[in-house]
Design a protein around this ligand. Sequence first.
Ligand SMILES: [Zn+2]
Ligand SMILES: [Zn+2]
Length: 135
Amino acid sequence: MTLLVDYCPKCGSIYQKNLRNLCSSCSADMDNSLNRCLDHLWMRPKSTTKDLQKATGVSLGELHAFIKSGRLSSLTYTNLTYPCESCGCDTRSGRLCSSCNGVFKEAGKSDKPQEPQRQLIVKTTAKVLYTSRNR
Ligand SMILES: [Zn+2]
Ligand SMILES: [Zn+2]
């Protein structure tokens, strides 16, 4: 029987490959962080990602990963956001915010690729995001 081993992406130690792709100690750390977040959200469901970072000491990167993977539900806790992979503005589902999604769809149709992307950063506010989500 062969054991699949890999370097843990978080701490760099060699571990036996598993579904979480983390060594057991990082995996335990992660559970710990996640539990602290869930505890905090239980008391304050309106917390934003930044509130959560301050209250729990869990890094923003980790929080974003929790939200993206659905371990912290942005449907239940509506103020949890993570940055859009294209423009970096707050988004709550998928990899891109709704304005970037629109831009990429349009770019596919027309011959003007990605040109309006920069301007969107200035225009995009949380309100615009929510209204365009409902369309
Ligand atoms: Zn590790
Ligand atoms: Zn975006």
